[in-house]
Design a protein around this ligand. Structure first.
Ligand SMILES: *[C@@H]1O[C@H](CO)[C@@H](O)[C@H](O)[C@H]1NC(C)=O
Length: 238
């Protein structure tokens, strides 16, 4: 039973903060962190409460916003909407921080984030200002043009590995004029990093588990010891 519970505790550990509350989860819809002026975006705050019931706090660059719904729709973004966003519900700690970057250009290469873990799916999207019709799209990685399915429109890599790190941009025609986006620098972290990062954590958890189990049996032996005791056995401490 304990052994079955342990992996669950390990999974939960990163989501639980020191004050014991789970973190709210902040996401973007559409998911791109970077966008062009006049695009629309919705920030969504997920807590663990019944939807629409609770008081939500929103923060932009650390300042509180006068919005209390669980989603924050921004029509026609401008440069001032750039920055860091966080949210919090009554039952949650402050969410992850979401960066929003608004720029003014004809073309933009959009991504969900700049850092990926090996095995993730990476979607890049060549986006035009006001979503004007875009022709002859070419995606580039380290200045080499990439093969992609024009029917799909986006450039998708699944799963990514370290060879997909580097600089990306896209090119496309708006009418007869060819435009080029700014360059995005993408980093793919190797999965070995992830494993080594967790080794000390698993070791500590393993030791704690062993000590804990030892304590439990020692206590139980004492409580149910030879001299008949009327007290109930001590309950375990987690
Ligand atoms: C928030 O910070 C970003 C980046 O530092 C800045 O571009 C933006 O104008 C700021 N917006 C507000 C409303 O403070």
């Amino acid at each position: 039973m304990q052994l079955l519970l342990l992996p669950f505790l390990l999974l939960l550990a990163p989501a639980i903060r020191s004050n014991g509350l789970p973190r709210a989860v902040l996401t973007l819809e559409p998911p791109w962190f970077n966008m062009l002026q006049e695009d629309n975006v919705t920030l969504i705050c997920k807590g663990f409460q019944t939807p629409g019931q609770d008081f939500i706090e929103w923060f932009h660059n650390g300042s509180v916003l006068s919005i209390h719904q669980d989603s924050y729709f921004i029509p026609h973004v401008n440069m001032e909407h750039s920055g860091e966003y966080q949210c919090r519900t009554r039952q949650t700690a402050l969410s992850n921080s979401v960066k929003l970057q608004v720029s003014s250009d004809w073309l933009l290469l959009q991504a969900e984030r700049l850092e990926f873990m090996e095995g993730d799916t990476m979607i890049l999207r060549c986006h035009s200002w006001r979503s004007k019709p875009l022709y002859k799209i070419v995606y580039y990685h380290n200045n080499t043009s990439l093969k992609f399915d024009p029917q799909v429109f986006n450039y998708i890599v699944s799963p990514v590995n370290h060879t997909h790190s580097g600089s990306y941009y896209c090119q496309g025609n708006l009418g007869y004029n060819s435009h080029v986006s700014e360059t995005l620098v993408i980093t793919v972290q190797g999965s070995s990093f992830k494993i080594w990062y967790f080794v000390p954590f698993y070791l500590v958890m393993g030791i704690l588990f062993a000590v804990d189990t030892g304590l439990y049996f020692t206590l139980q032996r004492e409580v149910n010891g030879p001299k008949k005791n009327t007290r109930r056995p001590l309950t375990r401490w987690h």
